[in-house]
Design a protein around this ligand. Sequence first.
Ligand SMILES: CC(C)(COP(=O)(O)OP(=O)(O)OC[C@H]1O[C@@H](n2cnc3c(N)ncnc32)[C@H](O)[C@@H]1OP(=O)(O)O)[C@@H](O)C(=O)NCCC(=O)NCCS
Length: 155
Amino acid sequence: MIDQYDISLAIASDAAAISELSRDAIEQGLPWSWTARRVARSIRDRSTNVVVARQARSLIGFAIMKYEEEEAHLLLLAVQAAQRRKGVGSALLAWLEATVGVAGIGIVRLETRARNDEARSFYRHHGFEEVGLHEGYYQGVEDAMRMTKDLRRWA
Ligand SMILES: CC(C)(COP(=O)(O)OP(=O)(O)OC[C@H]1O[C@@H](n2cnc3c(N)ncnc32)[C@H](O)[C@@H]1OP(=O)(O)O)[C@@H](O)C(=O)NCCC(=O)NCCS
């Protein structure tokens, strides 16, 4: 069970907490690239949605999706460690997929660290297919698994 939480678009003052969760949950062992400044730019960017899951006043998860011409690119998704396996990641993804559908985009793509078995399981659970390894994707030091989902097949 998880206490009530809300999912909404991020606001400028969320940038620092999002950036810290990215550093701790996603970018560990890599140079920290999603600084608060970069996250704030994404929050302002009209072709990007930054969404947050908030419980009381604390941020328990977030996701960043960039909309391109024919595809949407899921850039980041993380849930605070203490709140995992309670459906928060799925709720963030569902929120974004609904928006992608409204925008008339059929494909979502993403990269995740190849050795991140948890994330790969999570995305496979949600209908993503593993389409290939991208060697050195993470600053030349680590490989990524590329994954895609055709939303039209899941409509
Ligand atoms: C990946 C992540 C976002 C999943 O969020 P979550 O809120 O824990 O996911 P959910 O509770 O919605 O999980 C839905 C399903 O995905 C699968 N899943 C989720 N976490 C899993 C894990 N650690 N191992 C195996 N399967 C997993 C399961 O099928 C799960 O359903 P179940 O709990 O009924 O078995 C979270 O583990 C996380 O923040 N990880 C660190 C950051 C990261 O790796 N982000 C992705 C790359 S950018």
